[in-house]
Design a protein around this ligand. Structure first.
Ligand code: AMP
Length: 612
């Protein structure tokens, strides 16, 4: 079978190199752009998001078009940041590892210029550069661009945002007139259009994805909280996502430092990245993040530009960007290389208008999400732990020697007791912290927006309070690996009802809520019998009696007296600071503590849960 990259016209040396990188099939942008760029005779404008495989889309054609027998620079790639510069240079080095005599140099500020000059002197065909350092080197007359045939302007909108327009003009003036210019940009503001007009002749234009549309793999959510509860909301989102690996965006350097310091103090694995750090410090932070030795990277827009770290699960906009366009770049840090990701905005009610503006720019609707309650967080953490224990790799050789002593220690306990104790080790820490945590969602009267509970486009406008719908409780949820779509299908198939009769779906951990038109409920109940999932009986009931942690339910009561005081700012949700996460503190007690802690608020609920 012919390799799909060969089919696009890529030579064997390069195909074998990308195969080693795990590229089996071209991404859509590569499929579209490679044949066009391989012709080598056109200027080109590609409207493309980050993380879509853009670097190979221009990098692979360049490798085909360059004459590697000559050691003169033939391609110049300009990009906005040092991180991106290194990333592109590394990628192209990897693509060309089997290409004889291919030389790529990365030219960027904050690093030893002598080394870069030496590499240039030794002969390079591809120069990847940030504008400032490139100009410096041109000013020293240390590079000859007379043989340049291709100039790539990557993340052109970002370069302009960062004020590189003049530098770019100066650099391009040192390259031959007949070179071809390839411009890539995530957005197409008028300034970028102007560049295209000024530097290009009849460029071939490709829009990868819909114009100005964000990556389709990214879901966008926003939470409305009071300004003083922002930090507590951030922590709650993090706690509700035990496997989170996120970039958190703040507006200023000071904010990044403040948020990171508080998170670290509260026991989270976080650090900040901003312009005041030395290059060495920035490298260190990024390396820790890349190696996943850090879970939360708190960054400013500028510092985070060009960060290419795969598998970022969430981007959190702790503050919204001043330039609405920057949102696309921020959110593009997740959902890379075909993975899915979530981009979250924590806003106050005054900022909802900005969310609407962003929606227009990215061409997608946000889901208005509700911050999980303390109870939700505890439950999520508990099951994360349970899954972890279930899936842990056991080093039999090492552990076997200790087993007799361990068995001895537990001899008095039943299997159930042992399991309870292990689960409680982690669980109690969260329970301690969250037992009296307040509801952080801004009260309804502060959320002046269309339809208070507009959820997601297709199902959102029908709210729980809509009397045409009955809210049902079902004892399956995200811990069963259900998505909202899965749950919709599951209920409709088993209840033999049409999806059109279903309103809002609120997926929780071990349970969920689903709204169904009143007229359909009886049919659903009569069809939905003896339904099992993974061997477990599935129950669906009117949620009026349900025991559960919905915000309209009994839990408010539970909190009314003891509810943790909102002290605002960073203090908002903190109780006992880091102890919640760092040292924990197993007070014994296990699940019984849990139900005790919630007893008042869920007076009628405990029963139901146990039965499920
Ligand atoms: P980029 O948009 O160039 O920054 O690429 C985003 C990520 O996708 C990088 O980690 C690339 O290594 C990866 N990638 C690019 N092209 C492919 C492909 N054809 N197959 C799999 N991964 C790819």
């Amino acid at each position: 079978m012919i390799n799909p990259f060969s089919k696009l016209g890529i030579s064997d040396d390069v195909v074998s190199a990308v195969k080693e990188l795990g590229f089996e099939n071209p991404t859509p942008i590569q499929e579209q752009a490679i044949p066009v760029l391989l012709e080598g005779s056109n200027d080109f404008v590609g409207l493309a998001q980050t993380g879509t495989g853009k670097t190979a889309a221009f990098g692979l054609p360049l490798l085909e078009l360059i004459d590697f027998r000559s050691n003169k620079p033939q391609a110049l790639i300009l990009c906005p940041t040092r991180e991106l510069c290194l990333q592109i240079a590394n990628d192209i080095k990897n693509f060309s590892k089997n290409t004889p005599n291919a030389h790529v140099v990365a030219v960027y500020g904050g690093a030893n210029i002598m080394q870069q000059l030496r590499e240039i002197r030794n002969g390079v065909q591809i120069v990847v550069a940030t504008p400032g350092r490139m100009l410096d080197i041109i000013g020293r007359k240390a590079i000859d661009f007379s043989a340049v045939k291709y100039v790539v302007l990557d993340e052109a909108d970002e370069m302009l945002n960062m004020g590189f327009q003049e530098d770019i003009n100066d650099i391009l003036s040192t390259t031959p007139d007949d070179k071809k210019t390839w411009l890539f940009s995530a957005t197409m503001p008028p300034e970028v259009r102007r560049i295209a007009r000024n530097y290009m002749e009849n460029p071939v234009e490709l829009t990868m994805g819909t114009k100005n549309t964000g990556n389709v793999n990214i879901e966008h959510e926003y939470y409305v909280v009071r300004a003083r509860d922002k930090y507590a909301a951030l922590k709650r989102i993090v706690d509700f996502n035990p496997e989170i690996f996120a970039v958190v965006f703040c507006k200023t350097k000071l904010d990044t430092q403040d948020v990171a310091e508080h998170l670290i103090k509260d026991g989270y694995n976080a650090d900040s990245l901003h312009g005041d750090l030395s290059q060495q410090q920035r490298d260190k932070v990024m390396q820790r993040f890349r190696d996943r030795n850090m879970q939360l990277l708190i960054a400013t827009d500028v510092a985070a530009r060009g960060i290419d770290v795969n598998n970022v699960t969430h981007v959190i906009n702790y503050s919204l960007p001043d330039e609405i366009e920057s949102y696309t770049h921020r959110s593009g840090r997740t959902g890379r290389a075909g993975k899915t990701g979530i981009s979250i905005c924590i806003v106050n009610s005054k900022e909802i208008g900005k969310i609407r503006q962003i929606e227009k720019i990215i061409g997608k609707q946000f889901t208005k999400a509700e911050l999980p309650t303390g109870f939700d967080v505890c439950e999520k953490q508990l099951f994360a732990l349970v899954h972890k224990v279930h899936n842990v790799e056991v080093n039999t050789d090492q552990i076997d020697q200790y087993i007799p002593r361990i068995m001895d220690e537990f001899a008095e306990l039943s299997k159930e007791e042992v399991i309870k104790r292990f689960a409680s080790l982690e669980f109690n820490r969260f329970l301690d912290y969250y037992s009296k945590a307040p509801d952080l969602n801004a009260p309804a009267d502060e959320r002046g927006e269309r339809g208070d509970r507009r959820d997601r486009g297709e199902r959102g406008s029908r709210s729980f309070s809509n009397s045409d719908y009955t809210r049902l409780f079902i004892n399956v949820g995200s811990v069963d690996d259900f998505t909202r779509g899965d749950l919709l299908g599951f209920v409709c198939n088993n209840g033999k009802i049409s999806g059109k009769t279903v309103g809002k779906i609120d997926l929780k951990g071990v349970y969920s809520f689903i709204e169904v038109e009143n007229d359909t409920v009886d049919a659903l109940f009569s069809n939905f019998r003896d339904v099992k999932f993974n061997g477990r009986e599935v129950r669906i009931e009117r949620s009026g009696d349900a025991p559960v942690s919905n915000r309209d339910g009994g839990r408010r009561e539970g909190r009314r007296d003891g509810g943790e005081r909102r002290s605002g700012g960073y203090g908002g949700d903190r109780r006992g600071g880091g102890s919640g996460r760092r040292e924990g503190g197993n007070s014994g007690g296990g699940f019984r503590d849990f139900s005790n802690g919630r007893r008042e608020g869920r007076r009628d609920g405990g029963e139901r849960r146990r039965r499920s």
